[in-house]
Write a protein that binds this ligand. Sequence first.
Ligand code: ZN
Length: 104
Amino acid sequence: MNPSTRAAPIFYQCNSCAGVYLPVQDDGTLYFHACPPQTANPRDENIVQDLVTLQVTIKAEGGGRTEVPGPPARAATALPPPRWRWTGGELVSECPTVGHHAKR
Ligand SMILES: [Zn+2]
């Protein structure tokens, strides 16, 4: 998919455990949120199918979820994007954090 035509990512906040998550990951895989153990009224988005009605649903709605506008606060303090320098035969990371970015 062309990144320039991609819609802004939509984050959801779980109303049961307050976890913030991206339903579609950067690589296109889907994420099905499930609350951690001990959560009251837990939500579990893993897909199940009723064997009688064949209806496909998530396992448990829990307290539902709320769309949130941007990345969670945690992501705002995430590591900066990698910087690379082309040395004529090799890409060299200029990132000051040792071991921060793996070479692709
Ligand atoms: Zn949750």
